[in-house]
Write a protein that binds this ligand. Structure first.
Ligand code: NDP
Ligand code: 8X3
Length: 259
């Protein structure tokens, strides 16, 4: 039977690269996000390139009723999901705790924590019935070590870490794998969103660091999802060569070279 993956936040960045890689590997793909045109374009592109079925679901992960409705409809067409990648997420702003924008805090908490929970709550029972499946949560190096001005974003990713650990325990009896993948800085639309569309400021984040690319994260997700049935990577942290952790990074020019 053909395998099926569900990727949230597939209109851009990691999610889009993950959807493309799994389609290339022969998976049917369910993609979600809020930008309908991008979802439709991705569906068209992947179905044209590969012999796979792509289902596009347009919803906001913060809207509990919309999540429930979209997945209720999905279940009428799809009876088996092998992999769920909880990827939809964002950072909004970068400010100290005494000056942070509380609307930004709500957006991050509602998307990165509650959105992940709403989607998982709908898909986990399917996997429980199947007695198989793999939930891959996209955390961050920001969920391993807090950094200056990161406060609420870091807290949401620490929550992803905690939820990944806890859901692994809850789902263990049903043979469901749970993996947290924690990337360091990667060049996607992430910083553009964080800095509210300020392209110059976003580009500065990646200047001279040779940051991870969305395809690097897709490779890591595929690696975790294609291991033998008895093997589960619980937690995987990856950074580019110039980053040690969420706090400490250098520029490419600072690397000692012998050539
Ligand atoms: P992008 O901004 O490129 O992609 C984010 C995706 O999330 C988009 O497809 C967006 O779709 C979706 N999304 C955001 N908010 C919502 C929402 N409310 N409802 C539904 N979908 C939503 O960023 P990345 O690909 O870099 O980020 C993906 C994940 O990786 C995030 O969880 C992020 O925190 C995490 N991460 C990113 C790192 C980086 O440096 N880039 C490093 C570590 C982790 P749409 O706007 O169409 O709804
Ligand atoms: C995204 C990476 O360093 O901006 O989670 O927090 S960072």
């Amino acid at each position: 039977m053909k395998k099926t993956i569900f990727v949230t936040g597939a209109t851009s960045g990691f999610g889009k690269a993950i959807a493309a890689l799994f389609a290339q590997k022969g998976f049917d793909v369910i993609v979600s996000g809020r930008r309908r045109e991008r979802l439709d374009a991705l569906k068209q592109e992947l179905e044209h390139q590969y012999a796979v079925k792509v289902t596009a679901l347009c919803f906001d992960v913060r809207d509990k009723a919309a999540v429930e409705q979209a997945i209720h409809e999905l279940k009428k067409q799809v009876s088996h999901i092998d992999v769920l990648v909880n990827n939809a997420g964002l950072a909004a702003g970068l400010a100290t705790i005494d000056e942070g924008n509380t609307d930004n805090w709500d957006r991050m908490i509602d998307t990165n924590i509650k959105g992940l929970l709403y989607v998982t709550r709908q898909i986990a029972p399917m996997m429980r019935e199947q007695c198989s499946g793999h939930i891959i949560n996209i955390g961050s190096t920001a969920g391993k070590l807090a950094y200056r001005n990161g406060n609420v974003y870091c807290a949401t990713k620490f929550a992803v870490d905690a939820l990944s650990q806890s859901m692994r325990i809850d789902l263990l009896p049903y043979g469901i794998k749970v993996t947290a993948i924690n990337p360091g800085m990667a060049e996607t639309e992430f910083s553009l969103v964080r800095f509210d569309g300020d392209e110059e400021r976003a580009a500065k984040m990646y200047e001279g660091v040779n940051a991870l690319k969305a395809e690097d994260i897709a490779d890591a997700v595929y690696y975790c999802a294609s291991l033998p049935p008895h093997v589960c990577i619980n937690d995987l942290t990856l950074t580019c060569l110039t980053q040690a952790n969420g706090f400490y990074a250098i520029k490419e020019a600072e690397r000692v070279r012998r050539d």
